[in-house]
Design a protein around this ligand. Sequence first.
Ligand code: AMP
Ligand code: MG
Length: 481
Amino acid sequence: MSDDVATTAHFENRYQRELPDTYARVSPTPLKNPRWVAWNSALAHDLNWPHPPDNDLLHAFAGHGLLEGTKPIAQKYAGHQFGAFNPDLGDGRGLLLGEWNDGQGQHWDFHLKGAGKTPFSRFGDGRAVLRSSIREYLGSEALHGLGIPTTRALALVGSDEPVMRERLEHGAMLLRIAKTHIRFGHFEWFAFSGQTGKLEQLLNFCVTHLFTDCSRQPDPAAALFDAVTVRTAHLIAHWMSTGFCHGVMNTDNMSIIGDTFDYGPYAFLDAMQPGFICNHTDTSGRYAYNRQPDVAFWNLQCLAQALAGIADQSALRDSLSRFAKHYNERFLELMGARLGLATVMDEDQSLIRDWMQLASDETVDFHRPLRALAETEASDWATLDDDYVDRDRFRRFRQALAERRQQEPGGQTLALASNPVSILRTHHVQAVIDACEQGDDSLLHSYLAALQSPFDARVEWQRWRQLPPPDYQAQPLSCSS
Ligand code: AMP
Ligand code: MG
């Protein structure tokens, strides 16, 4: 990092300049007695962030005073929640502080989550609690470690401020970083409230700053929608191939750039259960693991409706019709890599489907058997037969895979690089939260390190590789906790 670059890095406020009258200006409500819980030095480095995590920064990230150049706002948006349109949404507990121009050609939203009430808080207190902030920090670092597009967290600040949830908890603030916080719901708000001029401004913002290729297209709105469709399909393929369940795929939680966004009651599957529901308020299973591709498609339809007034409608329909193809191709590619197949040929599809079906019929762990296949030479795969009730069925599968792998010289290396050793598991997250709530952040830092290098089997991370006990019951998790 040259001095030159460092001096040009600074905050800008492009969203509020280019989209006037679409937000509320709000100052953060400070948190009492803040303390550092986590600081993401790797991300700070990538952002070319010059300030060390000292007391001044702690206070700024706890809402005491503003960083130079920031002008916090709460963005207004709408969205479909559990299938119903809600026009009353917006940043109810988070503020966009500013857009960090890193002096290296990239802007980053600095969003302070848990920063207090805004005009969009409705019945909420505007706060985030330590438990849910730890979940978001760990979740976003875990997905990033696996190469899945996601928002990230630069810092987590705890406090002793009491915040009421199902029980009394402690308030916290999370400094969330993303290339943008624009959601499908931003488009829905302007379209469905009849603000076509604002919709066009938002489109311009997106194609100028985020999807620059689209600005040169004859129909930028249709081009944007096509690009969003592709990114969303690829994101969901990533989730499905790693056993990630988001839990609240409302359109206000869908990032326009295809990041994993708004970590709530999410979970990675332990046992392979396709109908797994991680959100205990989701009684119908709308957001179950195996519903995610369909829900993403449904959400894209909402976005297409919002764009219908400013884009060619047949182009929007064409993009939607290609969603399944984009999704399937990427899913097969990612699952193929997990099985050590660098290119997925037509015949490989049945091999991949066979594995998914076998894993779910046997309810084996989603992750561990794939890692075991990667770590074991194909000639020794018979040693794994005992892990399955239907040994013959597994034997047929592994023999077919071994035969196919003969044409893949780099197959084992690819499989080892595609199957994580450390995975984010709900029971470990709970242990980390319990320790942090007692003031001990050491488990958090150990688990974070393991998840940031998920393919690295270090001895000191052994504890994080343990499966949940057979009788483990995850605590119920809902949205907005
Ligand atoms: P979520 O379920 O977290 O995506 O939130 C849905 C909506 O509720 C968003 O508009 C949030 O800003 C708002 N919200 C969630 N929790 C709170 C809270 N504690 N205080 C104020 N608003 C909230
Ligand atoms: Mg949300």
